[in-house]
Design a protein around this ligand. Structure first.
Ligand code: FAD
Length: 329
């Protein structure tokens, strides 16, 4: 069997690996310069920061085995099971201050900062979150070993020289390849939300000890993670993810969201220093969940994190499920 997988994100790579192990001939076509998709780490001043997925959760036995393999080879590390949750006036005070700071209103900013004292923050235990010393993209890179992955190979029409074509990507991206009707219907049924990620590099680590945080009810800020803690090198770097609402307003001007996110993080954590800011726009960051593992029509398959709860594990499982279905004939 001869299969073309379009997309070298975690879904495409898990599909390609399982197909290869099952004896199929596979080539993976990826438009980007590197593999990984939204499992993304980018280098800033010589150091990688995770700008897409913040961490992995592995509560499926098969994916847990994959993560254990990464851990045994020093590629993945146990990060934390405890994240902070900011809620209530934390969001509104910090966002008012962020907006004021962005508008250059010092007095409004300090008034909002004063009200931030009413903010509530609590640590919440949850599942173990996994991180990667070399950046999470290194895990995707590991999956490319022994696989025919062709980078900088954008696909604009469906390949016709294969027994099956797997589109391992967000539905809106798959639609650009004019797939068969069943794929079109499934892709159109997906709902996606954008995120702008901001990498904030400070002169020193001045924040109170925390691993990462969810920020509830904030118009600008959804999460903030200590990238130095996550990666284990203690670099003074935070990575914050915007709300979908802020990202939607800045899709054509992502750098304009940078100062707003930086001000919101500074306010939330009472940081004395200004960071240098780099932003990355994810137009298709997070889909609404669904409950099928993949769809197929006429030899074309669509998989990825839209098939389940939107996370790395889901994408890995979805790609693997397509491979298993193809191998089962
Ligand atoms: C900001 C953010 C935060 C997140 N946080 C978490 C988290 O903390 N934990 C978690 O588990 N998950 C998180 N996720 C989700 C996680 O990153 C995804 O679930 C997972 O990486 C999706 O993998 P995928 O292979 O389905 O899709 P993608 O990673 O999007 O891969 C699709 C690939 O297809 C390629 N492609 C698209 N079109 C073409 C074409 N025409 N030709 C060739 N190649 C093409 C793309 O370049 C890309 O490499 C987050 C995502 C974002 C964006």
């Amino acid at each position: 069997m001869n299969v073309v997988v379009v997309g070298a994100g975690i879904a495409g790579l898990s599909c390609a690996r399982a197909l290869t192990e099952g004896g199929a001939r596979v080539r993976v076509l990826e438009r980007g310069r590197v593999a990984g998709g939204r499992l993304a780490s980018k280098r800033y001043d010589g150091r990688y920061a995770d700008i897409g997925a913040a961490y992995l959760v592995a509560d499926d036995p098969a994916f847990a085995a994959q993560v254990t393999s990464w851990e045994s080879r020093g590629l993945a590390r146990r990060w934390t099971d405890t994240l902070r949750v900011f809620s209530g006036s934390a969001g509104s005070a910090a966002s008012a201050s962020a907006a004021s700071a962005a508008a250059g209103s010092a007095s409004a900013a300090s008034a909002a900062a004063a009200s931030a004292s009413a903010a509530s923050a609590a640590d919440a235990a949850g599942p173990l979150r996994w991180a990667a010393p070399g950046g999470l993209r290194s895990l995707a890179e590991d999956l490319t070993t022994g696989i025919d992955v062709r980078l900088q190979s954008p696909v604009s029409t469906l390949p016709t020289d294969a027994d099956a074509v797997v589109l391992a990507m967000p539905g809106p991206q798959a639609l650009r390849l004019a797939p068969p009707p069943g794929i079109v219907a499934a892709a159109r049924a997906q709902t996606w939300h954008p995120v702008i990620a901001a990498v904030l590099t400070y002169p020193a680590r001045t924040w109170p000890s925390f691993h990462g945080a969810f920020v509830n009810d904030h118009p600008a800020l959804a999460t903030v993670c200590d990238d130095g803690d996550r990666r284990g090198d203690d670099a003074p770097v935070l990575v914050a993810h915007s709300t979908a609402a802020l990202a939607a307003r800045h899709l054509d001007d992502p750098s304009g969201a940078g100062p707003i996110i930086a001000a919101a993080v500074g306010e939330l954590l009472s940081l004395p220093d200004e960071p240098s800011v780099a932003v990355h726009r994810w137009t298709y960051a997070q889909p609404d969940p669904s409950d099928t593992p993949y769809v197929s029509d006429g030899g074309v398959w669509l998989c990825g994190d839209a098939f389940g709860r939107p996370r790395v594990q889901t994408a890995w499982l979805s790609g693997r499920a397509v491979a298993q279905a193809l191998l089962a004939g």
